[in-house]
Ligand binder design. Structure first.
Ligand SMILES: *Cc1c(COP(=O)(O)O)cnc(C)c1O
Length: 301
């Protein structure tokens, strides 16, 4: 199956008092009912490094509502690959709907304290878990562990992940700006080097990281066209009822959003009109609709 047939672009829903006629949405949430959004793209980038590792399983860290864990567990089940999730949180809490799905698909769940989870970027720690489970270690959010790994994907024309991101970049090349929500930054790291110079990547940072992402990108993506935009959605904070209402309003217009990324992307985009007015814009819908259950909404509206 060619991925490009799944790359559905549609107009952004009408917004009262705002000209959104130049704005389109790439509906990656429509790729597959479970394995949706950017997660499939990122997992494909692990295919060759995994095969080279000669380890039978996959292991990866994630939070209790993680879209990445969910995708890994599902794909592992479909392909007969044993999966292990290193979960940030405590065993005594009831399983979230996300973790229940992961368990149902056969993922082994290992619960870590928040202190231990903080080690997830350390190589020795990753090697330890990789060894004890005989599994290939995937970074949090599907990150490739080394910049060299990402470069290898970029340079290897036959790599399935590379080809998927090439297709994505081709769609993006028709616009002045491409907006997406950033968590680990992995999707942006794969996409950015493939974009032609006239396209600016507008990345809504959903993580309050005191500028860490900005500093990293200034090093890694010097000379590329990008701008990190702080998410306005944090102001929802504990007011998940406000967030839920905003999401329900977009449901009505046929644009289902998840509470962590999609809602942050759209809210920030609409509030930062001065950044995009008069330009042709593509918003990448990153999927993640399973996470709607985290605020008591159905997966599909
Ligand atoms: C995972 C996810 C993101 C963030 O992607 P990164 O590659 O981690 O930056 C954005 N949107 C949705 C819906 C996601 O599930």
């Amino acid at each position: 199956m060619s991925l490009c047939r799944c790359l559905n672009v549609e107009p952004f829903p009408e917004i009262a008092g705002m000209d959104v006629s130049g704005v389109a949405v790439l509906r990656l949430d429509r790729i597959h009912p479970v394995l949706s959004g950017n997660k499939l793209f990122k997992l494909l980038c692990h295919w060759q490094p995994w095969q080279a590792s000669r380890q039978p399983g996959w292991i990866t860290p994630g939070g209790v509502w993680s879209n990445h864990l969910h995708a890994v567990a599902f794909l592992g089940q479909r392909l007969g690959i044993p999966t292990t999730g290193l979960i940030r949180g405590y065993e005594h809490l009831p399983l979230t709907a996300t973790l229940q799905d992961c368990a149902d698909w056969g993922m082994q769940l290992v619960f870590l304290s928040k202190v231990e989870y903080r080690q997830r970027y350390h190589q020795a720690w990753q090697r330890h878990w990789s060894r004890v489970t005989d599994s290939y270690f995937m970074g949090e959010g599907g990150a490739l562990l080394t910049a060299r790994g990402a470069l290898a994907v970029l340079e290897n024309g036959k790599d399935p992940g590379g080809q998927a991101f090439d297709e994505l970049a081709r769609v993006c090349s028709r616009y002045d700006q491409v907006w997406l929500a950033v968590g680990s930054g992995t999707t942006a790291a794969h996409l950015l080097p493939r974009l032609p110079p006239h396209v600016v990547l507008m990345a809504v940072n959903t993580v309050a990281d005191d500028g860490a992402m900005e500093r990293r990108w200034q090093q890694e993506f010097a000379g590329r066209q990008w701008q990190l935009v702080a998410s306005v959605a944090r102001r929802f904070g504990a007011q998940s009822d406000v967030l839920r209402e905003r999401i329900l309003a977009f449901d009505q217009q046929g644009l289902p959003l998840d509470p962590v990324y999609g809602a942050a992307l759209v809210e920030t985009f609409l509030q930062q009109q001065s950044l995009w007015q008069g330009k042709s814009v593509l918003l990448i819908h990153g999927g993640g609709l399973q996470g709607r259950r985290g605020i008591g909404l159905d997966i599909d509206c």
